[in-house]
Design a protein around this ligand. Sequence first.
Ligand SMILES: Cc1cc2nc3c(=O)[nH]c(=O)nc-3n(C[C@H](O)[C@H](O)[C@H](O)COP(=O)(O)O)c2cc1C
Length: 171
Amino acid sequence: MTFEEMAEARYSVKKFADTAIEQEKLDKVLEVACKAPTAKNAQAARIYVLKSKDAVAKAGELTACVYGAPVVLLFTYNRDEIYHYPQEPEHHSGDEDCSIVATHVMFEARELGLGTCWVNNFTPAKAKSLFEIPENEEPVLLMPIGYAHPEFQPLPPHTRKRPMEEIVHLL
Ligand SMILES: Cc1cc2nc3c(=O)[nH]c(=O)nc-3n(C[C@H](O)[C@H](O)[C@H](O)COP(=O)(O)O)c2cc1C
């Protein structure tokens, strides 16, 4: 599959099958995630693999968007490692670093036949306390991952795209 085909084929999975993820697939997804570029190569993102019954149940306390996934990934960044933009020191790369790592996960998962959903509908402070995340880390997103339920179809927003001219501007 070319990258373009994969970009077409990927969609948010909002109902997962009751099927475990093969450990080799999960390992591969995480390995590819660690290849993502990061600002100043600081690699400030962290991934928590919520896989035990207890951890997945706790993820369900955080958000209604676990969708029956067997595994949920929690992405955070380490505040002491993020890059602060010199022109605007209050602006930093934490969210960007996490996002590109999570995007690698999303597409590698797709390549391996797994589905994902990006979830930001949760309270970061609650995630920190539920999972005893170190004080200097900030949760950015959750990502349920697993096999799509056979009856699940991409939701209408998947194909509802703005015309390209609204998004791309040639100057
Ligand atoms: C930054 C971001 C946050 C999102 N948060 C949620 C969320 O909290 N819950 C959810 O069900 N989907 C969430 N989504 C998935 C979007 O609803 C979905 O990507 C969008 O509707 C397009 O559909 P598609 O991914 O199937 O192409 C999020 C996606 C992004 C990129």
